[in-house]
Design a protein around this ligand. Structure first.
Ligand SMILES: Nc1ncnc2c1ncn2[C@@H]1O[C@H](COP(=O)(O)OP(=O)(O)OP(=O)(O)O)[C@@H](O)[C@H]1O
Length: 463
């Protein structure tokens, strides 16, 4: 791997010699290592400094790597976790991936392979807001997972329960933040496959070559850095469900390969000749119009029909304002608990103010909004006034009236730097608005990493 990597890596291992070796290796690759000799210290470190990725041993005295993975998932869902295992086996890898690991690395590891996995995880971290976190839960009433009793949601849930019984491929459509990933999980957890793995792949987050190796895995020696055979996500999902998010972004070359897997339920690992047969239920999601892609010639028509066997549309929040009451109650409870705050309730005028908003970022935006209210308000009752105050800070939602700028007086310094800052702030606000307050999407729109976006938001008082 020639180009230098960048990022803060929390390395957790009870073997001091290995910590040292890994520290040197990561530093040499351009990364900043933060060593921790046990999971407890690792969590303390995570709370203190921004970490981009966690690289942890599985077997450690005290809290294990799998337990650490669960803790990171709860407290820092944006931070991917890579697990290192000696004598790694496919079942262990499946377990790790089901529990939400971004990847697993076999010990003793090959330098290139480790850096390859870290690079992937860093790419995910900068592009994927919510890395896969399997709940591993038994089916648990669909209503408590996918909330909302509006007519539109009730219809979706009825279709979902029907679709869950079969193995037909489901295509989930809907705007960003409407709950497509949640619906995919609900499908899996309500299906006879629920005891099998639920594996997720965010197709837009990876460049072509990485996407192919993530999907199909590789044989030892398939390319520089492929020191051992590694199963891809299709293989890891055997007996379960593979959720392909943002399918509309897949290149024509990968589309051909996906078509074959969907048709024949078989494939070859990269660099391999052996055909692997799989039993996988496919679910794909997109917020784009695949029909447009087909018309433009960027999306294969045959693949579209293969995916669109059971189409399911998730309604926008605008179309179901009656669900805002129960969703808000739920999010207020969850965020009060996770932020160590007393219980919050919503007054009638508070609810009305929320129902009057267009929520371009849908349920995700409502959720983020309520979390901010829980953190910033005194409570315990959130009034219309509390809601209005927070709304005025939100791009895309009831923007405050903008006062016409005063003409500059001759004494006002219009320096290049102040102009640059104004333009930058405007671009940030615009990107947040266009992305429905989805920070990952906003970072992508602006062509910067999420870390840079957060720094800039802080600098401009927009956090
Ligand atoms: N009906 C719902 N009940 C409870 N929570 C929901 C519901 N719909 C969405 N959410 C929550 O909103 C957030 C966004 O949902 P999700 O990631 O499933 O949306 P998405 O449509 O896949 O978004 P994107 O297209 O941006 O990936 C998640 O935190 C999810 O838990």
């Amino acid at each position: 791997m020639s180009e230098a990597l960048k990022g803060h890596v929390l390395v957790v291992d009870d073997d001091p010699a290995l910590l040292k070796v890994l520290g040197a290796l990561l530093t040499q690759a351009g990364l900043t290592p933060h060593p921790a000799s046990n999971a407890k210290d690792a969590l303390a470190l995570l709370a203190r400094r921004p970490i981009d990725v966690v690289l942890s041993d599985v077997r450690m005295p005290g809290m294990s790597g799998m337990e650490l993975l669960a803790e990171v998932g709860r407290g820092w869902p944006d931070v991917p976790v890579l697990l290192m295992t000696a004598h790694g086996t496919v079942p262990l890898a499946v377990e790790a991936m089901k529990a939400g690991a971004a990847d697993f690395v076999l010990k003793p590891f090959d330098r290139e392979e480790l850096l390859f996995s870290l690079k992937k995880a860093l790419l995910h971290a900068s592009q994927d807001p919510e890395p896969t976190r399997g709940t591993g839960k038994a089916p648990d009433g669909l209503d408590s997972l996918l909330m909302g009793q509006s007519r539109a949601m009730t219809e979706v849930k009825a279709l979902l329960v029907k679709a869950a019984q079969g193995t037909a491929t489901v295509l989930l459509r809907g705007e960003s933040g409407t709950g497509k990933e949640l619906a995919a999980r609900a499908l899996h957890e309500n299906s006879p496959r629920r005891t099998g793995p639920f594996v997720k792949l965010h197709c837009a987050a990876l460049p072509d070559t990485l996407l192919e190796s993530e999907l199909f895995g590789y044989e030892k020696g398939a390319f520089t850095g492929a020191a051992t055979r590694k199963p891809g996500r299709v293989e890891l999902a055997h007996g379960g469900t593979l959720f392909l998010d943002e399918i509309g972004d897949v290149s024509p070359a990968v589309q051909v390969k996906l078509l074959r897997v969907l048709q024949e339920r078989e494939f070859e690992r990269l660099g391999g000749t052996q055909t692997v047969k799989i039993d996988v239920r496919f679910i794909a999601a997109t917020h784009q119009s695949l029909e447009d892609g087909v018309r433009r010639g960027t999306f294969r028509e045959d693949l579209f029909y293969r995916l669109n066997v059971v189409p399911l549309w998730l309604p926008t929040l605008r179309e179901r304002p009656e669900d805002i009451a129960s969703l808000s109650r739920h999010f207020l409870d969850v965020h009060a608990r996770t932020n160590g705050r007393p219980p919050f309730t919503l007054s009638e005028d508070g609810l009305r103010a929320l129902q009057a908003q267009p929520w371009p970022g849908n349920v995700r935006q409502l959720q983020n909004f309520l979390e901010r209210l829980v953190v910033l308000s005194d409570g315990p009752v959130l009034t219309g006034e509390d809601v209005a105050r927070e709304l005025s800070r939100q791009p895309g939602l009831a923007p405050p009236p903008v006062a016409a700028p005063l003409p500059p007086s001759p004494s006002d310094p219009v320096t290049l730097e102040s102009r640059r800052k104004d333009v930058e702030k405007e671009a940030l606000v615009d990107a947040l608005k266009r992305s429905g307050d989805n920070r990952t999407l906003a970072a992508r729109l602006l062509g910067v990493s999420r870390r840079t976006l957060y720094n800039k938001l802080e600098e401009h008082g927009l956090l």
